[in-house]
Design a protein around this ligand. Sequence first.
Ligand SMILES: Nc1ncnc2c1ncn2[C@@H]1O[C@H](COP(=O)(O)OP(=O)(O)OP(=O)(O)O)[C@@H](O)[C@H]1O
Ligand SMILES: [Mg+2]
Length: 880
Amino acid sequence: MTQNWPLVGRRRELSLIDEALNSPTSQGLMLAGPIGTGRTRLAQEAVSLAKAMGAVTHVVHATSAAATFPFGAVAHLLPPASSSAVDPARLLHETVRHLVSNAGTHRIVLAVDDAHRLDEMSATLIHQLAATRSAFVVVSACTGTLVPEPIFSLWKDQLIARLDVPRLTRDETDELLTAALGGQVDGSTVHQLWKLTLGHPLFLRELVEGGLGSKVLQQSEEIWRWHGPVTASGRLVELIEARMGWLDRSEHMLMEMLSFGGDIGVEVLNHAGAGAQLAALERKGLVVSERLSRRVDVRLAHPLYGEVIRTQTPARRVRDVHRLLADVLAATPARRADDRPRIIGWRLEAGLATDVRSLLEAADRAIEARRYPLAQRLAQSAVERGGEFPALHQLGRALIGLGRYREAELVLAGIPTEDLAENIRAHLAATRATNLYWGLGQHSDAEAVLSDTEQAASQRSTSDEVATIRATFRLHQGDCAGGLAAVERILDRQEAGDGTILQALIARTQALSTMGRTNQAIATAERGLELERHVAHAASPWGHVQLEAGRCGAYAYAGRLGAAEALAHQGYQLSLDQDWEMARSLFATCLGHVNRMRGLLRSAQRWLREAAALETDENLFRPVILANLVMATAGTGDLPAAKAAQSAAERALLHSSRLYEAVAVIARTWVAAAAGETSRAVELALEAAELARSRGQAHFEIIALHDAVRLEEARTVVDALEHAGSVAEGILPPAYVAHGRAAADGDGAALDQVAETFIGIGANLLAAEAAAQAFRAYRAAGQAGKALAAATRARSWVQQCEGANTPALAVLDEPESLTPREAELARLAAAGLTSRAIAERLVISVRTVDNILHGVYTKLGIAGRRELPRSIGLIVSRVR
Ligand SMILES: Nc1ncnc2c1ncn2[C@@H]1O[C@H](COP(=O)(O)OP(=O)(O)OP(=O)(O)O)[C@@H](O)[C@H]1O
Ligand SMILES: [Mg+2]
């Protein structure tokens, strides 16, 4: 499979190669790059390019074995019956002549792979060929190695130019993996592979083959995903080992420390007396020092070095290295803030005695830094050493961070609470109830935990914390107004703690957004983010993400798609860097939603599939992820795929809160629409609107009513839409309302204007639908020219919508609009060509031309050819 990886990226490099091949002054190129960067492949592409240009091509593969005798690498190019016993100078001369005469009038292009391995005579031949302008040479060489002098001088004397082959970018890596595996690849898998390979295709190929072989790289729910940590396989290990070369004991030890310890301050290594080894390894290109503001850190030059060393180190040695790391860092006088938790972590790995207090302190920091696997190990050890409540609580939190909700519940439920202070008990209850509700979808159990705590509570602060969680639940049960009122009561009180206020602000953001009050939602989220900066992360581990996602949702609802997308991208990137699935799923959902609103239906599907694959059926957000996926899929008219997503959505809905019930009904609307059951679709849209209205979810109500407008049912819903729209904030709701009114009135000009508004917002699909409706309104009013212009615009917008195919667009395929043939003829006639001239150009009869043009006049409602330029001009000028 990997033999045939399609070429990805390299557009710049190929165009430079192409330019050089076509340049009369250029005699070649040197492709330079580190191991595995894709030099050989690029040289092959250069050869194909040269062949296509009619050149005679030769390929030379330099190897260490061939380099052991003169002319070894180019043996196949020597004239027949030649012998190395002859004078080498003569052989050189004869070979050049032989190649040139065989090529005749064609240009010779010679690709030389791994020029650093050429023997001197082969290198001299290549030099001769280029220097005498007998051949164009493409020479690949590994950076950091010595190339033979004749090749070096080609470049030094500027006979050939040097082209550095860059690593693949993250997006190119994604593209390559998608093509190689034949399907969408999970974002974190791409990210991890890219980080580990630094975009070197050779390493990528080895990792992928290893992953497929050991079945850790698997496809499920249409997404390829690497399960567990990414590890190097046998062949890759060999490759990397060869690159690292021989290391003496102390150099190897330093490599081990960096492999297990991560980046280490240069002062630590100097203090430990490893300065000389550091310098030696830097010279070999195996480690690098990097200045970060006031400090200098040392790290491995390639992450795969660490990977290989880790896989090869026996368990006992691993402990020794950790002990060494802990000792060395502890002995360094100048200490950094995060040294202590690092030392504790390393002591733990070394199997050394560690006291509970230190473990807990380190676990706390690890949770702050969202390093949940480390936090879990630290907390687990604290528990094993008799850490009791705080240790168990931290273990529970670390497990939640890892997405191991069920284990977290077992740990949290087992904590004896009798001796705990009341506020601590309340905090524990809040953690547990939140996990039960969000992680496990066990709503009544979550409520029960809160009630028990509330009954035992005597302090106001306890009931505040519990009341906030409860208000959030209430909101998610679909009682927006009730949830919001409860939250406002808490926010009005001065005494509530910061953690509680933060939770309340998160809930308020969500409630206001759903109610369509997006300006206030955004302001609330911003207030929360400001507060969040001062609150310990451990008090609200999800706070930041929830607020950012809430802000993103509000921007999108309001119609500020660019702002929403920027926030979602930022959040997604953060989630990748921190390998934080819960956040990734949330932001991938945001990106899916925004892309769908933009009409980018396939991109939306990709994001939403990625999000869905990260969530279990119990997760509260799964129904809304799948509902969006259903809508994006149904929007392309792909009924089977939409139905499949729909049944998954219905399954997930069984476990979910009722917050998104209306959205699920909207999703059903679009499946019915894709099935051509338009009246059923309208019924469902009205049902969704009613459901949302009864729950005070004005935003969902507006969306559902507007969907009815999109399904040509504007007259029925326009009053309700105007009413619901009057409370909503932002630029999008007024556009929905205007759309409803214009469609209900059948007012072409107003629909045109709505389409413009949608385009301004970036909602291309809605714009295309409104323009299609304008087309129909104009046509009904007999304004054929305007109708045609509207249809043309609608079509051009649909083209940007990645396969959109919704009922409102169907009108564009009706025969009253100009067919491509008619449009072509009309344009020619408008440009002044006679029927005969058109007939000659299109190789049809004059009579056919006249017949077609007659049809065009009828459709446009014009009298004849003289009016054509105006109508056509109108069409052309309105096309974007
Ligand atoms: N741009 C690319 N698109 C797709 N596949 C690529 C690309 N570049 C390289 N590959 C593939 O990655 C693998 C390794 O590339 P290649 O052999 O060209 O690397 P190299 O730099 O020559 O490695 P070495 O340092 O070992 O000589 C090959 O299977 C190659 O086809
Ligand atoms: Mg190569």
